[in-house]
Structures are given as C-alpha cells and as structure tokens.
Design a protein around this ligand. Structure first.
Ligand SMILES: Nc1ncnc2c1ncn2[C@@H]1O[C@H](COP(=O)(O)OP(=O)(O)OP(=O)(O)O)[C@@H](O)[C@H]1O
Length: 225
C-alpha cells in the first residue's frame, strides 16, 4: 500500500475547536498510528474512509486520488474500496451475522433466500468460525465473535486496504491478546494492507510495520512513544 495523507479540518463543539492538521505518507503494508485519546486519530481515519470531509488537502491510496480539495475530487465512501472497522464495530443489531457480513458486500441485502447467499459470505463465515452462529444477532454473540463479524464485513468486498479504529479496545485483556494475533495472522495470509489507529502500545508492538505517532491533531513523529 502506498498512502499519502495531507489534510486539514477544524472541528467545533461549542466554544471548543480542534484542529486536525495531519500529514504522513507510507509505502508499508502495515501502518500503525499511535496516539493518546483525543489526538485526532479517528477523525483522520474517517477522512481516509470518506466518512468525514476535510476542509482542505489531499488523500491518496495506491496512487488513486480519493480526495483533493484543489482539484474538486472527493470519491464517495463506497467508491474508495476500503474496509472500515469501527471502534465499537457498529454492527446492525437487528440483522443476523450472515446479513451483517453480506451488508459489506451489497448495500440493501437484507433478506436473501438461503440458496442465494453469496459465496464470499459463506467463505468468511467459515474462515472466521462463524458458521454455527450465522443466524444469530450481534446481541447473542461473544465479544470476539462480534469482532470477527465486523472484520468479515470489512473484508468481504475485497477492499484495497483495511482501516481499523482501535480494533481491540472493546475486548477484555485475554481476548484482546487472542484477537490481536488472529488479525496479525489474517493480515499475513491475505496480504491486505492495513492502517490501524490505536492508543495501545501493544498494538504498535504486534503490528509493527510503519509506526507513526499522532498528538494534538498532528502526526508528530515516527515510532510509538
Ligand atoms: N463531531 C465533532 N465535533 C467537534 N469536535 C469533535 C468531533 N468529533 C471529534 N471531535 C474532537 O476532535 C478531537 C479528536 O477526536 P478523535 O475522535 O479523532 O480522537 P482519537 O485520537 O481518535 O481519540 P480516541 O482514541 O479516544 O478515539 C477530540 O478533541 C474530539 O473532542
């Protein structure tokens, strides 16, 4: 993956303003952006995903210009070909596991006939050990299963990159260790580029690759501190 981010955005809430002014580039398959809570990591990641529009700047992924304020380019989120894993997974509570995964494939795929299940959904249900719970809803799953469903939903459309917002924060410590190593193995197996934001130094240690630090809205340096 080659990624180049050079964006600015002012966020206002009441009297308070937050200035995002993030610049970095990397050619690594694994990019970890490490920083304290409130550093601006989620805002930066959302801008890359197309879920939040910067005030100005440029975002490039594998040579594709996803956003360029000067040139008037702003590729919609669906067209960016990135898989996004939200901090709280953002699963649809009323949809089953297989419907949640299928949602990543095709918006509006709610009630397919059993035989109409896309091959990719079947594949990821098996690959993530979710086949037995495919008919259950997120509220009926364990934390690790929920995380796998969210990952499967992000991966099912074969994205050019996986964007992960604190992927292990919602898990208890033992599960966090296990899921971290599962994701590590998955990334190696699929060879999918990954941009992960975290405030946990263990994530930076596990995923290595190119580690950058973010503070006060800026990418302040190389390496986790
Ligand atoms: N919609 C918004 N309007 C105004 N300010 C916002 C908005 N969303 C976030 N902020 C502010 O922007 C700053 C950066 O938030 P962001 O969520 O990017 O931090 P973060 O580094 O991801 O933190 P965490 O690790 O806690 O998720 C924070 O000070 C936050 O209060």
């Amino acid at each position: 993956m080659t990624i180049r981010v050079d964006i600015r955005k002012t966020l206002r809430a009441g009297q308070r303003t937050f200035q995002l002014d993030a610049q970095f580039e990397s050619a690594n398959k694994r990019v970890v952006i490490y920083g304290a809570s409130g550093a601006g990591k989620s805002q930066m990641l959302k801008a890359v995903a197309g879920l939040s529009r910067p005030d100005s700047g440029v975002i490039e992924l594998d040579g594709r210009r996803l956003y360029d304020s000067g040139a008037g380019i702003d590729v919609p989120a669906q067209g960016r070909r990135v898989g996004y894993l939200f901090q709280d997974y953002a699963l649809f509570p009323h949809l089953t596991v297989r419907q949640n995964i299928g949602f990543g494939l095709q918006r509006g795929w709610f009630n397919p006939a059993p035989r109409g299940e896309p091959e990719a959904v079947r594949y990821w249900l098996e690959a993530f050990g979710l086949a037995d719970v495919a008919h259950q809803r997120p509220g009926e799953l364990s934390g690790g299963q929920r995380q796998r469903v969210a990952l499967a939903r992000a991966i099912v459309c074969e994205p050019a990159a996986l964007l992960l917002d604190e992927p292990f924060a919602a898990l208890d410590p033992a599960l966090r260790v296990r899921m971290r190593s599962e994701l590590d193995a998955l990334q190696r197996r699929l060879d999918i580029p990954l941009l992960l934001i975290t405030h946990d130094p263990e994530d930076a240690a596990t995923f290595g690759g190119h580690v950058l630090t973010m503070a006060d809205g800026r990418v302040a340096g190389e390496g986790a501190r």
